[in-house]
Design a protein around this ligand. Structure first.
Ligand code: SF4
Length: 817
């Protein structure tokens, strides 16, 4: 009754007021609502940071290379209209009201999660609603949208007695049904799932694992707020089962960054801190849209702009939210928005290496390099220079899609900076040349000595709160804990430490696992979170692969579409506890290498949901009872103690016990004093060749992009930053004119892997390149195309032909089971 009342009076009314447009009354209401909430947020921000309100407008940055100018700066305003009314941009105030309405049955717990927990969204990192970069509130729409996953009650298990009606639902709707209440099982030929006990479930799993060869079992851990303790315990359990077949979501985001950074600098993580962004001379974003994926980064950039930092973006699409952003927790920016990026360099898809080579070639010819740094602190420059000498400007222009003059403009921007931070995202890594793309960015940074100094750094920005720690904990097919390569020597070291035999051959990555399944060679797949059918290229092929696996275990907090795929023999669902429910608290590692403690938060519990780390170890004990005492931890504190002993850079994690406890491994800056962790302490340039992109004549280059979503979790059909619906194909007006197309026309993209029906939306995207949403665009991704070392799928490297399609011909959306 109360809920109904809230629905009608609160939710719908606010939605009407905040989302509606046009009518003066609505605008006034929207203005009033925004003002009220702005007042609340800024008061909250001040109270929580103990700053007297009258001092609130002063700089709130913890440390800055150059002072942040105080007072308002109208020259940075995005629009004179209050709250950007009538402008196309996300309404972050509406998100707060929405979160309140959505969590209204559990508001106290929801608030405690926000106030005490570490955000389970992206890897920027918080403690409660604060961080270590700026004082004041740290909160964004992603975290608010994820909140409900933590506060939802369980669904009625009867719902799964027949899965047929659920198979046509969108993943978003499946997630919204509620938490998984208890273990469930479905056998081949059965219409749905029935309840089983944990005892029965774990016995069945152990029996099947015992009956399988170690190379025929596979474990995948997603991020979804997964903490370091879970990753560490899981990889130890899996290795006790005799296999390195364990991988995590880091594989599909920054695995190429890890390889390239390690090879070039000897470290495999972001070298600087977020504070280095604020007041440096230049920040460049390569293939990264932080406005969408790490929204609070825009607040850091707001202060950076107030300190005089220039912001540039290298990307095929001129992302509107990177150009102008309304930061809700700052009065000035909330009211008038802020111009963030002022320089855009629109490369074509897969054009980054050519663009970066051209930039460096220009800098060499102009004598704009840091010669002293190159001489004293690097190796390999001569080879790179000779490669650049051999490349003609015609080649570089054709391969980058950018004119020599624009490459010169970028070169000048870089040359004029004494300090700079380079940030990159999936637009760089998700290519067959992902590692080389990262090397090309590192080359440019090294040419100016932008590493190991204050205000300088290389930052592969992470999108999931768990992925930085996931690979570092060793939940990875290609490395042991601490990033140690999988070989005989390291296997022997861990065998001795853990007291059981550790396998010495690298395991399978996820694409390789799917290939094995297609050959009917995989016996067990244990997937903790994730949804391969959504995330991996070629969903139909993925579904076929999953259908061949005799035992699939899906351990998660909510339902996903892959759980509903028909069993070959058995599918078991296991209910997980969230990070906020784990006794003893847990830790995550942020993009800036900060290891942060997130306490257990009192609140309602799903009775049978269990911490995932316990379940992995208990299963391993059932398979290997002789090692039971080596596969047990008294709690998460004991896991942290072992992590500290096992991974040297994580020493100190054992001391994290309360909200706010954290440390940055390696300190605020890696490679400090420009000493690199390589054999000769020098950084390495790498002469990377231009990628050979072969496309049929007339084909477009197509890249996948995010809309209003968090990783693969779509939150809204319309992206408020671009006004784009999920099916749009962003197209340059020149391409549209050439083909006689207009916004709204129905077209079909097709290639050897599938076809994608969409609607043209004219947009500032490079000519010859199209952008479509991910994961829907996975139907066009070549499932065999992956980078050589990291084996990341090439989600941003699609080649497809375009043809007109009538609306009647359009196919159903692809993301159904
Ligand atoms: S920016 Fe990232 S870490 Fe910060 S609140 Fe948003 S999702 Fe969480």
């Amino acid at each position: 009754m109360l809920n109904d009342l809230m629905d009608t009076v609160f939710f719908n009314r606010f939605k009407e007021l905040m989302v509606g447009s046009g009518a003066a009354a609505t605008l006034i209401s929207r203005l009033a609502g925004s003002t009220l909430l702005l007042f609340f947020l800024t008061r909250l921000s001040n109270l929580r940071s103990n700053i007297p309100p009258h001092r609130m407008a002063k700089a709130k940055v913890q440390r800055s290379i150059r002072p942040v100018r105080s007072g308002w700066l109208p020259e940075l305003w995005a629009s004179p209209k209050p709250f950007g009314l009538g402008e196309q941009h996300p309404n972050n105030f509406w998100e707060v009201f929405r979160a309140i309405a959505e969590n209204r049955d559990n508001l106290g717990y929801a608030y405690r999660i926000l106030d005490q927990g570490v955000c389970d969204g992206c890897a920027l990192g918080t403690t409660g609603m604060k961080d270590w970069t700026v004082s004041g509130i740290h909160l964004c729409n992603i975290r608010l949208r994820l909140l409900r996953l933590n506060t939802m009650p369980p669904f009625d298990g009867k719902l799964l007695e027949n899965v047929k009606p659920l198979q046509s639902q969108r993943s978003r709707d499946l997630r919204g049904l509620g938490r998984i209440p208890y273990p469930l099982i479905r056998r081949q030929g059965e219409p749905g799932f029935r309840r089983i006990s944990w005892e029965e479930a774990l016995n069945l799993i152990a029996q099947k694992i015992k009956a399988s060869q170690p190379e025929q079992i596979y474990f995948y851990l997603t991020s979804r707020g997964v903490p370091n303790e879970t990753y560490y315990a899981a990889q130890k359990a899996v290795r006790a089962l005799g296999t390195n077949n364990i991988d995590n979501a880091a594989r599909v985001c920054h695995s190429p960054s890890t390889f390239a950074l390690k090879a070039a600098l000897g470290v495999a993580a972001t070298t600087c801190s977020y504070t280095d962004l604020i007041g440096t001379d230049l920040v460049v974003f390569f293939g990264s849209n932080v406005a969408n994926n790490q929204p609070v980064m825009m607040k850091y950039l707001y202060y950076a702009r107030k300190a005089g930092t220039k912001v540039a973006v290298v990307n095929p699409y001129r992302e509107p939210a990177m150009e102008r952003y309304w930061i809700p927790s700052d009065v000035e920016s909330a009211l008038f928005g802020t111009k963030i990026a002022e320089h855009f360099f629109q490369v074509q898809a897969s054009g980054d290496i050519a663009f970066l080579h051209g930039t460096l070639k220009q800098m060499i010819s102009e004598g704009w390099l840091n010669d002293d740094f190159i001489r004293d602190h690097t190796a390999g420059f001569a080879e790179l220079r000779s490669l650049l000498d051999r490349l003609s400007w015609e080649e570089l222009e054709a391969a980058s899609g950018v004119s020599q003059q624009r490459m010169r403009d970028f070169a000048r921007l870089v040359a004029e900076a004494n300090r700079a931070v380079f940030v990159w995202g999936m637009g760089i890594t998700q290519h067959t040349c992902g590692e080389d793309n990262v090397h090309a960015i590192i080359n440019l940074a090294l040419s100016k000595g932008f590493v190991g100094r204050e205000g300088c750094g290389l930052m592969p920005i992470r999108g999931h709160s768990g992925v930085q720690g996931g690979a570092e904990m060793g939940a990875y097919a290609t490395v042991f804990p601490g990033g140690l390569p999988i070989n005989q020597e390291n296997a022997a070291k861990f065998s001795q430490q853990w007291g059981f035999s550790v396998p010495n051959k690298p395991g399978l990555t996820t694409p390789e696992m799917l290939e094995l399944a297609l050959q009917r060679e995989l016996e067990v797949l244990w997937s903790m979170g994730g949804d391969f059918r959504e995330v991996m290229p070629d969903p139909e092929l993925v579904e076929s692969a999953l259908k061949t696996i005799p035992l699939r275990v899906h351990q998660d907090i909510v339902l996903s579409s892959q759980m509903l795929i028909e069993p070959d023999d058995t599918v078991i669902l296991l209910p997980s506890a969230t990070r906020y429910e784990i006794p003893g608290g847990v830790t995550e590692t942020s993009t800036e290498r900060r290891v942060i403690f997130s306490p257990e938060i009192p609140g309602p519990r799903i009775e049978e949901a269990r911490p995932e780390w316990e379940v992995f170890l208990e299963s391993a004990r059932r398979v290997r009872p002789e090692w039971a005492n080596k596969l047990s931890f008294a709690g998460t504190e004991a896991i942290r103690e072992e992590i500290a002993r096992t991974i040297p850079v994580y020493a100190g994690i054992q001391n994290l016990k309360a909200k706010g406890d954290s440390f940055q491994y390696g300190g605020p800056m890696l490679c400090a004093g420009q000493k690199f962790s390589t054999a000769d302490s020098k950084a390495r340039f790498k002469a990377v060749n231009l990628p050979q992109i072969t496309s049929p004549v007339g084909a477009f280059r197509v890249v996948t992009r995010r809309g209003k979503q968090f990783n693969s979790m779509v939150h809204e059909d319309i992206d408020a930053s671009t006004a784009a619906s999920r099916d749009v194909i962003l197209m340059n007006p020149l391409d549209a004119q050439r083909l006689g197309l207009l916004s709204g026309d129905h077209v079909r993209l097709h290639n050897d892997f599938g076809s994608y029906d969409g609607t043209v939306l004219l947009a500032p995207v490079t000519a010859g390149t199209l952008e479509i949403h991910w994961p829907e665009g996975n139907v066009l991704v070549d499932p065999r195309a992956r980078s050589p070392l990291a084996k990341i799928p090439a989600y941003k490297e699609i080649s497809a032909m375009l043809e007109r399609a009538s609306k009647a011909e359009r196919r159903e959306p692809v993301l159904k089971v």
